[in-house]
Design a protein around this ligand. Structure first.
Ligand SMILES: [Zn+2]
Length: 451
């Protein structure tokens, strides 16, 4: 165990302890009682911001029995406040939850909704600065250093991934290549020619880049890439192994969501035993998704996040729909901030197939473990009569003879049945036949009638 109390709390490289190589050591190794005192102070301020400037917030906080922001005496009191959900943003479209007039904002982002209006989020200049700090902190914790060329293949635009990673790399002092997604051949050329040391993208797009490089006869393992920060979609440990083996870098999980900030809400450190959630800016809870009751550290449930410093869009108890666990025991790296165990599924990604709960990431993990099968797949759910049918198309690795496809299919279907508990109509396709993603992968098509 690392003695976090002995960690230095002053600025400067010389002050960084042997156990805590952090960009912001004085904050990242803050003893828990001081971290929680800081959280309470900031939570009160954030609650007052919502109360004073967002009528919708004050109304529902009053309904929940709060007399005023000063009513909040401890972090535990947060449990009595109502949750915020994604539809609250949609119903207050576009700016109803903002605590600042639009004219005072520095930037707006939006995420396209699957139905109806997009979710709009806003930032003041200070919000953007805090965001850049947290992404820089995340990049540093993952192993990036000032001066490293950062190849940023997250999509630029309304999506927070591209500009979020961009500003963080700049804040770190790392030259950033704002390549965005797409034109994969060119991505490979730029990675090689510019000597990129850090790759930022979705995990599925990282694999698409690896594949195109292999087709071009380029060995990315011989490139200067050493660190990859991958996020914006859930991915499995097996996918991590695959990316590391094919690109030759250390793959790190970065987490975030635009409703809270964007990428950099949490990120893995070199210990890679959970993602440090930056508790000086956010408060993390885990709840039972059915009852809403708060769960103790270590219990699996839905992650709920409260922003502590956001000026433009203070968020109280936002239900992320991500299923995970949070632990607050010390990390081997010396940081004291909570660790969010890798998000393996999203509540609304969960499929119920013939009464069995299935996450697409579980299927991915099984496929990645099967020799001869490439990590590209598409899952189609249909209903025939009363029964769900699952068809799964996967790809063979290049070089596997076609005569082996039926055997590979039977083997993979058997493992999915025994490990996950569902029967699948599994077909093995030739390499390249399954469409590749340029951003977030769409791997599941649920064609069952909505009930
Ligand atoms: Zn750590």
């Amino acid at each position: 165990m690392v003695d976090t109390a002995a960690a230095p709390h002053v600025h400067g490289i010389g002050a960084r302890g042997a156990h805590a190589d952090c960009l912001h050591p004085e904050v990242e190794t803050l003893p828990r009682e001081r971290l929680e005192a800081l959280q309470l102070e900031r939570l009160r301020r954030s609650l007052a911001n919502a109360w004073d400037h967002v009528p919708w917030q004050q109304q529902r906080l009053r309904r929940a029995g709060l007399v005023g922001p000063a009513d909040l005496k401890s972090l535990a009191d947060l449990q009595h406040l109502p949750f915020t959900v994604k539809s609250d943003l949609r119903e207050n479209y576009p700016f109803g939850l903002f605590a600042r007039p639009v004219a005072e904002l520095a930037r707006l982002h939006a995420s396209s909704g699957t139905t109806g209006k997009p979710t709009v989020v806003g930032y003041t200049a200070e919000d953007l600065s805090n965001w850049a700090d947290l992404v820089a902190r995340s990049l540093y914790g993952a192993g990036a250093r000032p001066g490293d060329v950062v190849h940023n293949a997250y999509g630029y635009g309304l999506f927070t991934g591209g500009l979020g990673a961009h500003d963080g790399a700049q804040r770190l002092g790392a030259p950033v290549v704002p390549v965005s997604g797409g034109s994969t051949e060119r991505q490979v050329t730029l990675i090689m020619d510019f000597g990129a040391r850090v790759l930022c993208s979705t995990p599925s797009y990282a694999l698409a880049i690896a594949e195109v490089a292999e087709q071009q006869g380029v060995d990315l393992r011989r490139s200067r890439l050493r660190v990859g920060l991958f996020g914006a979609e859930p991915w499995s440990a097996a996918m991590r192994d695959e990316i590391e083996a094919r690109i030759g870098l250390t793959a790190v999980d970065i987490y975030g969501l635009s409703e809270i900030m964007g990428p950099g809400v949490a990120c893995e450190c070199s210990a890679r035993s959970g993602l440090h959630g930056w508790e000086d800016h956010f408060l993390f809870e885990v709840i039972d998704p059915e009852t809403g009751a708060a769960l103790p550290d270590g219990a699996a449930g839905e992650l709920v996040i409260t922003t502590l410093t956001k000026q433009a869009l203070p968020m109280l108890r936002y239900r992320t729909r991500d299923i995970t666990r949070v632990v607050r025991t010390p990390c081997a790296c010396g940081r004291t901030h909570a660790r969010i165990l890798r998000v393996t599924g999203r509540n609304d990604d969960m499929l119920i197939v013939r009464g069995v709960n299935v996450y697409p990431s579980q299927i991915e993990a099984v496929l990645l473990g099967r020799p001869g099968i490439a990590p590209h797949y598409q899952l189609v759910l249909e209903r025939h009569g009363a029964l769900d049918s699952v068809s799964l198309e996967v790809e063979a690795q290049p070089g596997v003879p076609e005569a082996d496809y039926p055997r590979l299919a039977a083997d993979a279907a058997h493992h999915i049945k025994s490990l996950i508990g569902i029967s699948t109509q599994l077909t093995v396709r030739a390499p390249g036949e399954i469409p590749r993603s340029q951003g977030k992968a769409v791997r599941v098509r649920d064609l069952r009638p909505k009930t």
